[in-house]
Design a protein around this ligand. Structure first.
Ligand code: SF4
Length: 203
């Protein structure tokens, strides 16, 4: 095992100063070494066999104005996917109840669009409040947010906002041309500023 993967205390610390060499060591490490290190880090902060369960619902599918190169919901690509409108509240609530009955503790609602438009805000807030009233944690992924929107989502009962960074800034234009890496950081700053947990990663 590389010495990096043996240093569990170091791996367990949040950090943003990884070198390319260290990232390369992890990338090339044998899978079982990675699994062992990941479990060791996990057990430092969480009970060994507890799994947090989330269920995801696409509340508005396809026809997205963005051109993320990995996504079949983009209107820029001919993927055969049929676009649909925003789901009605009742349908979302019945899906959330079903998720809860199935053991999910967090319900995530995702909309395929570029940003949350003011005309949809109230409908989305009603969904968040409704799901929260079931005793579940709430999560949404709604693209870019402008000033004030994150606060309104938080007031409606939002716990988590998913917003992925997609790829490194220097490669961003090769994957997506309709927004910038900085746009992503700006939305994440608004989410954090409103006290909402951030759910983010590469993709
Ligand atoms: S913003 Fe989301 S839904 Fe739209 S193309 Fe990108 S990944 Fe797909």
């Amino acid at each position: 095992m590389t010495s990096l993967l043996s240093d569990i205390d170091l791996l367990a610390q949040p950090r943003t100063d990884w070198t390319r060499e260290q990232a390369g060591d992890i990338y090339r490490a044998p899978f079982n070494d990675l699994m062992f290190a990941a479990q060791s880090v996990h057990r430092k902060g969480h009970s060994a066999n507890h799994v947090q369960t989330s269920q995801l619902l696409s509340i508005k599918t396809g026809g997205c104005a963005e051109d993320c190169g990995y996504c079949n919901q983009s209107a820029h690509f001919d993927t055969g996917l049929e676009a649909s409108k925003l789901m009605p509240l009742d349908d979302v609530m019945s899906a959330a109840r079903k998720a809860k009955d199935g053991g999910a503790t967090r319900f995530c609602m995702g909309a395929a669009w570029r940003e949350l438009k003011p005309r949809d805000e109230e409908k989305i807030c009603d969904m968040i409040t409704g799901v929260k009233s079931l005793g579940m944690e709430t999560c949404v992924t709604l693209g870019m947010l402008s000033d004030g929107q994150a606060e309104r989502l938080r007031s409606a009962g939002l716990d988590y906002y998913n917003h992925n960074l997609d790829t490194a800034p220097e490669d961003y234009g090769r994957v997506i041309s309709t927004r910038t890496y900085q746009d992503r950081l700006d939305t994440l700053a608004r989410v954090r500023g409103a006290g909402i947990h951030v759910c983010t990663g590469g993709i």
